[in-house]
Design a protein around this ligand. Structure first.
Ligand SMILES: Cc1cc2nc3c(=O)[nH]c(=O)nc-3n(C[C@H](O)[C@H](O)[C@H](O)COP(=O)(O)OP(=O)(O)OC[C@H]3O[C@@H](n4cnc5c(N)ncnc54)[C@H](O)[C@@H]3O)c2cc1C
Length: 403
């Protein structure tokens, strides 16, 4: 029997697994740490398929992990990018309202943003809206000047460099398959052999519930994948969007509604919607995994969610299938947009945890069980918050593990 080699194995080289590895190595420079990633490189899943928005923290319930981690996360992310030469643009976000109901929700959102101590928030009327975004037509809006954009793939790549510089390893093409608990350590069977470790940190995103089960922990939830589809704006129409234009979100869902975003990739994106995916990594509507979808169908929480939210689900499917419906959502923000302005683009899949009662978990969920820590729900603003989530996991590890 060989000695346990690693102090910590982190499962998943997404932005959160890498920030966690970085924070742990910062705290424990001598720790033997390896990040296992099933794909060929880092940030191939959620961390590389998102809107690239550095959120300011307006939306989240005061006192929640999301509110604390996002407000602090925005600052630390901006500072990290500046220190490491990663381009960002603080272009600001306009959240627009037209109907009485939207204006009432905008008011509530403003109060929430103030409670979360989001800096620089401003309620604006048509004249100021026209100055900020000349092509938006709205009665009122909330202006968040500190919201910005970045390419989170670049951030994840910088995190990976820092992990390696600090002495950590990253193994690609290495999927965790099974875990066998021994008295003092755990044997992880992977696609590239067995690895022994004293502690495991599960940052497996779309597969985090499965990895928890593999480790012998019942997560009490299941990941239900929601695909977010995007269009891009034709080059000659990009001038219609100066920064970030968002609707007032439906407060009963954790998704923000389709929006218009400048990106650091050099184009303007429209989206994402939120459609139930039949495969966890199902980036196209044609992707179908019998295993993934049968697991969704076998989960009682899915049926409870469906019983409550089936109208919204059908509406999202309709919007996904019919460009005209998608366009109508965008025209509520910028009326000049036409179907010819939109070209099909990529998508991302959100790892949304749903509990057994059918509730979509609103807050981040991070739990410790024995020698493991599981990041079980880290959807948006997870990328913005990644440095703070990594610190939080490292603190939890410091208090619970013997490192
Ligand atoms: C459409 C969309 C838009 C978004 N927009 C924003 C935004 O604008 N701003 C923002 O802050 N956040 C946004 N988010 C959220 C953000 O992208 C996520 O919170 C963040 O990327 C989560 O990172 P992660 O490391 O937990 O997950 P992931 O990036 O999914 O990484 C998990 C990794 O684990 C690996 N893995 C899984 N199982 C195994 C296994 N068994 N063995 C080995 N490896 C495994 C996967 O291959 C993957 O690389 C968005 C998300 C989506 C989907």
């Amino acid at each position: 029997m060989t000695e346990p080699i690693y102090d910590v194995v982190v499962v998943g080289a997404g932005i959160i697994g890498l920030s966690t590895a970085m924070a742990l190595l910062d705290r424990y420079p001598k720790a033997r740490l390896v990040v296992l990633e099933k794909d060929a490189t880092s940030a191939t899943q959620q961390s590389g398929h998102n809107s690239g928005v550095i959120h300011s923290g307006i939306y989240y319930k005061p006192g929640s992990f999301k509110s604390k981690f996002c407000v602090e996360g925005r600052r630390t992310m901006a500072a990290f990018c500046e220190d490491n030469g990663i381009p960002t643009w603080r272009c600001g976000k306009l959240i627009v309202a037209n109907s009485e109901a939207e204006i009432a929700r905008l008011e509530a959102l403003h109060e929430r943003g103030l409670a979360n101590q989001v800096e620089g928030l401003e309620r604006v009327g048509p004249d100021r809206i026209n100055e900020i975004e000349p092509h938006v037509r709205a009665r009122e809006a909330l202006w968040a000047p500190n919201t910005g954009i970045v390419d989170f793939r670049k951030v994840a790549a910088a995190f990976a460099d820092k992990v390696r510089l600090a002495g950590g390893e990253i193994r690609f093409h290495c999927a965790l398959l099974r875990a066998i608990d021994r008295s003092s350590h755990t044997v992880l069977e992977t696609t590239s052999g067995a690895i022994e470790t004293r502690h495991v940190i599960n940052c497996a995103g779309l597969h985090s519930d499965r990895v928890a089960l593999t480790m012998g922990t019942d997560p009490g939830l299941q990941i239900i994948p929601f695909r977010g589809e995007y269009f891009t704006l034709k080059k000659e129409r990009e001038h219609l969007v100066k920064g970030l234009i968002y609707p007032v979100p439906d407060p009963t869902f954790p998704f923000l509604g389709v929006h218009l975003t400048q990106t650091m990739k050099g184009w303007v994106e429209a989206g994402p919607n939120a459609v139930l995916a039949t495969q966890r990594e199902g980036y196209s509507r044609w992707n179908f995994s019998p295993r993934d979808f049968s697991e969704t169908l076998a989960y009682p929480g899915f049926w409870k969610m469906l019983a409550r939210d089936w109208r919204t689900g059908l509406w999202e499917i309709n919007r996904s299938l019919r460009k005209s419906v998608f366009l109508a959502s965008l025209q509520a923000l910028v009326p000049e947009l036409t179907a010819q302005d939109l070209a099909g683009a990529g998508s991302g899949v959100r790892a949304q945890a749903v509990d057994r009662a059918g509730n979509l978990l609103d807050d981040f969920r991070i739990e410790q069980a024995g020698r493991s820590i599981h990041v079980l729900n880290a959807p948006s603003p997870g990328a913005t918050s990644s440095l703070v989530i990594g610190q939080h996991v490292a603190e939890l590890a410091a208090s619970q593990f013997s490192l």
